[in-house]
Design a protein around this ligand. Structure first.
Ligand SMILES: CSC[C@H]1O[C@@H](n2cnc3c(O)ncnc32)[C@H](O)[C@@H]1O
Ligand SMILES: [Zn+2]
Length: 433
């Protein structure tokens, strides 16, 4: 039994007006007991530990709703290309060379970076997902994991079996910190028959589906030529929607596509920086919000971003919508919601994304006693337009500290960086001499 009391400025993300300049959060084991102003802690709550953080803002841990964690090994390896040549000429040949251990260490590197930038939960899509799950269990974070399924390739059938085994082995692992979804890669890499069989298995096992959708104009053209429809219409007609689905990107949508996403309650993972870097386009986030679509933020991989910093991603997402629509689009609090509660809803996690009694104690603190945070007019604006990864001081998941005073407590950062460097350079040597 552990009891922790945090004293700080508290932004609970329970509504635009809720903020405690002198707040307190009481935590018992993995859950929050109370959140309020100084003195609000229930009588009889005797903490084992008090974290005094009067100059920090404490908020829910950030949620990355679309990534490929192990691709940290390809960071700054394949730049300045559009999606299809990037995948076909650079990324897929590199990925062919990855061993299971490479994927473990690449994921560990991603988790070091995520914790250090305040991300407590990710939705991942990759191969060798047992390795990813083990890295998550070691790091102590929360994760939703999906086996990436390229159905049209020679390994499509085996990959689907692996996704089924992943559910059986890891759904609920780490005291519920890990859950599993199916990960059909995209409508252009999976046939109709394959996608139907993924949906049958997802329904049978009671888990969701995570898929790239409508990311580029090339994709729209391919699907239009093959099926005479938009990717969203095509997936809808196949019956893929209706259960829990996370559609990553959704950059190129018709008004009818947006209505389908809204009516089928498809959740959208928005990846502003990856969409900019690959020159894919600007997603219609303001319109999707207006239609009531559930929205989260993702970084995509460290190969198309090239970092996993959700603070940077919040800023980019906001600025990009302002450029596309007008300066009132996507204000700071709404972006913060996408990175916290919206992310939790996107991943189907009911007890994270807010600081409230009964919620999981997934909490971060940001050191506000730095020149770039003065004067303190608006905390949400500071968090979105000013803050960066290096401002995160404390990270807690399930009531356990993963980082304190910027020191990682669950991982040996030096060892992880060394392993990643050696492994990435080995593959580069094999490919490029
Ligand atoms: C089969 S595992 C997942 C697969 O997806 C690739 N990938 C990474 N980023 C993107 C993206 O933005 N669009 C499409 N595919 C992407 C990754 O390299 C893996 O091969
Ligand atoms: Zn992706």
């Amino acid at each position: 039994m552990s009891k922790v009391l945090i004293r700080a400025m508290v932004l609970p993300m329970t509504g635009p007006d809720s903020f405690y300049p002198q707040g307190e959060i009481a935590i018992e084991n993995d859950r929050i007991v109370s959140v309020g102003a100084y003195g609000s802690v229930p009588t009889g709550f005797i903490p084992d530990r008090i974290l005094e953080l009067p100059n920090d803002v404490v908020m829910p841990g950030l949620i990355n709703t679309h990534t490929h964690a192990a691709m940290t090994l390809l960071r700054s390896y394949a730049d300045d290309l559009p999606l299809m040549p990037w995948l076909k000429e650079k990324v897929w040949p590199f990925e062919e060379k990855l061993t299971e251990e490479d994927i473990y260490w690449g994921t560990a590197l991603a988790l070091c970076e995520m914790i250090r930038s305040g991300t407590t939960t990710m939705l991942d899509m990759y191969a060798s997902m047992d390795q990813v799950a083990e890295a998550v269990l070691m790091a102590g974070t929360r994760a939703v994991l999906s086996r990436g399924l390229i159905g049209n390739g020679p390994n499509g059938k085996r990959a689907l079996e692996e996704n089924i085994e992943l559910v059986q082995r890891y759904h609920g692992a780490g005291a519920g910190r890990i859950s599993i979804m199916f990960g059909p890669h995209a409508p252009y890499t999976c046939s109709a028959e394959y996608l139907r069989s993924v949906k049958v298995e997802a329904d049978r096992l009671g888990v969701g589906i995570h898929i790239h959708v409508a990311e580029t104009e090339d994709e729209i053209k391919i699907i239009q030529e093959q099926y005479g429809k938009t990717p969203v219409q095509w997936l809808d007609e196949l019956g893929l929607f209706g259960g829990h689905v996370v559609a990553a990107h959704c950059v190129h949508l018709t008004p009818e596509d947006m209505d389908i996403l809204a009516s089928k309650r498809v959740c959208v993972a928005h990846n502003a920086e990856s969409n900019m870097k690959l020159s894919s386009g600007t997603a219609p986030i303001t319109e999707l919000r207006a239609k009531g679509v559930i929205l989260g933020l993702g970084t995509d991989s460290a190969s198309s971003n090239n970092n996993l910093d959700l603070f940077g991603e919040m800023r980019s997402a906001a600025l990009q919508q302002k450029l596309k629509v007008n300066s009132t689009a996507l204000p700071a609090y709404e972006v913060l919601e996408m990175a916290t509660l919206g992310g939790a809803q996107t991943l189907g996690l009911e007890d994270v994304g807010m600081l409230a009694p009964g919620f999981k104690a997934d909490i971060i603190s940001i050191d506000m006693d730095q020149p770039h945070f003065y004067p303190r007019f608006s905390i949400p604006a500071h968090l979105v337009y000013v803050a960066h990864a290096g401002d995160v001081r404390t990270v807690m998941v399930d009531g356990k500290l993963l980082m304190e005073e910027r020191k990682l407590l669950t991982m040996d950062v030096g060892k992880v960086c060394q392993e990643a460097e050696t492994r990435a350079k080995r593959i580069n040597g094999e490919l490029n001499g």
